[in-house]
Write a protein that binds this ligand. Sequence first.
Ligand code: ADP
Length: 232
Amino acid sequence: PAAVVATGVTKVYGRGDAAVHALRGVDVRFGTGAFTAIMGPSGSGKSTLMHCLAGLDSVTEGEVRIGDTDITRLGDKRLTLLRRERVGFIFQAFNLLPTLTAEQNIRLPLDIAGRQADQELFDMVIRTVGLGDRLKHRPSQLSGGQQQRVAVARALVGKPQVIFADEPTGNLDSRSGAEVLSFLRTSVRELGQTIVMVTHDPVAASYADRVVFLRDGLLVTELARPTPQNVL
Ligand code: ADP
């Protein structure tokens, strides 16, 4: 079964002579438990597609389903609720709150949603994140790779069905990037979560099960067994 399905997704920014056709009818499915990377040249529509899939941006035409819900038909309030309950985000800039400890940052989305942490899941994520005594440290006391692992852990503990990651290793050196991607892949496998990651980095993409390529707002090809070499 698919966790996310986009059908005929079109996105036009602006109108008239100034109109930019960022997406031109994208059809794509993301299977439950799959780790997919979205690649393509700059300006090809990767960020726009991810924002439309995650309900952060409206589509001009077409449908986006998360589970059995067509999110293009939800009002703002229900969309916010759905995002809170079913979707996790990981950004290039880690977006951690500087005054909170690593552990408090990881718990934050649960606190905001007024949800109790699933203790078993929480312990598993904390174990996997591998920060040990650094959990009581603030972000400024952690390396970039450690901060991003905190951000990944934060996305995981809410037990979202789908995690959207936008260049999650963009600010990391290759070793920290590898650490974060291994952690992400191991965790989603254990939890059966679906991940959709935008990246321009072939090494990052090689951690995915599948890579889809965008060009000029269209999905042009896909690759089932990515390696750092064959995604180039
Ligand atoms: P990518 O992530 O692949 O670099 P984007 O999705 O950011 O591509 O952009 C796709 C196209 O849409 C580009 O031509 C870009 O300039 C345009 N675009 C993106 N966001 C906006 C916006 N808010 N307003 C107008 N045009 C935009």
